[in-house]
Design a protein around this ligand. Structure first.
Ligand code: HSE
Length: 307
């Protein structure tokens, strides 16, 4: 039976101002997944972790994308997926996207890469629908393409890879669970024009800052006047983390995806490590278990580790 083993990486969606349109792939943490090619049309899911994720493929974030892929195959085929989760569900660093993107990249590899990356994003969005109730691609796309990506539109898909200078990423995951579906439900459905103007100025500034390798512009543009004021109330210590990390030299940052993780970008490794210590101190003081990652941007995305 042919099989493939992959690393599927964590991602930071939104990048503060770009709700549902910007995302970044991280070098750490990664899920490990093994996918086997079957001769009959079926998908089975096995989990090697204690997260109690649904085994029914239609309800599983790795299974639903594969069911969508099978519908477009001419020959009967199926997949057996074994998932070893290291990206905790509900952490805000793309746990569901890692399962969805990892399963379709691995399956496509076994099929001889018959589908394009854009097709894989289209399939993987079925996993996000299972996880959060709506299709969004700002975790899946950087997970599949690597680097920093802009999803200008999902219907039809219009994906742009954004070149960027070297960036260090510090992520703290306070161990409370925020479900993406809940974090989406609390958002206001309408925004004021003055806020929209500020937000699209920031999105354009952030993208321009990445392309021009202008760290000051990146820092100034990491501002969110629409989503963060609503969602940050779900995250203990948020304001203190943001303020203290910026004082320590971080370019800026904010909620990672729908939270509760918070990420900060830094220009150099020493600052990123210092930012990590500050995050640790704040959550130790609050008395909340937490995990800190200091990492860099992963320009490759899902990686095959064994054929
Ligand atoms: N853009 C999505 C949200 C990402 O913020 O709801 C979820 O990880």
């Amino acid at each position: 039976m042919r099989s493939v083993k992959i690393y599927s990486p964590a991602t930071v969606a939104n990048l503060v101002c770009g709700f549902d349109v910007l995302g970044m792939c991280l070098n750490e943490p990664n899920d490990i997944m093994e996918v086997k090619l079957l001769e009959e049309k079926k998908v089975t899911i096995k989990s090697k972790d204690g997260y109690n994720l649904p085994a029914d493929p239609a309800q599983n974030t790795a299974g639903a994308p594969l069911l969508a892929m099978l519908e477009e195959l001419k020959e009967p085929a199926g997949f057996e997926v074994t998932i070893e989760k290291h990206i905790k569900p509900g952490s805000g660093i793309g746990s569901s996207a890692a399962s969805a993107a990892g399963s379709v990249v691995a399956a496509n590899h076994l099929l001889g890469n018959i589908f394009s990356k854009e097709d894989l994003v289209r399939f993987a969005m079925f996993g996000e629908k299972v996880a959060s109730g709506v299709k969004h691609a700002d975790n899946i796309t950087p997970c599949i393409y690597g680097g920093i990506t802009l999803i200008r539109s999902i219907f039809p898909l219009d994906i742009v890879s954004i070149p960027a200078p070297r960036l260090y990423v510090t992520v703290v995951h306070p161990q409370i669970e925020v479900r993406t579906s809940d974090a989406r439900q609390i958002l206001r459905k309408e925004v004021l024009l003055k806020d929209a103007i500020r937000q699209w100025g920031n999105i354009a500034g952030l993208v321009a800052g990445f392309i021009k390798q202008d760290y000051e512009l990146i820092g100034r543009s990491l501002e969110d006047v629409i989503i963060e004021p609503v969602r940050s109330i779900l995250i203990p210590g948020f304001d203190e983390v943001k303020k203290s990390c910026k004082e320590a030299g971080a370019l800026g940052g904010g909620i990672s995806g729908s939270g509760p993780s918070i990420f900060m970008l830094s220009k150099d490794e020493a600052t990123a490590n210092e930012v990590g210590k500050i995050m640790q101190d704040i959550y130790a003081k609050i008395g909340l278990p937490h995990h800190v990652y200091v990492t860099t941007v992963n320009n490759e995305g899902v990686r095959i580790i064994k054929n």
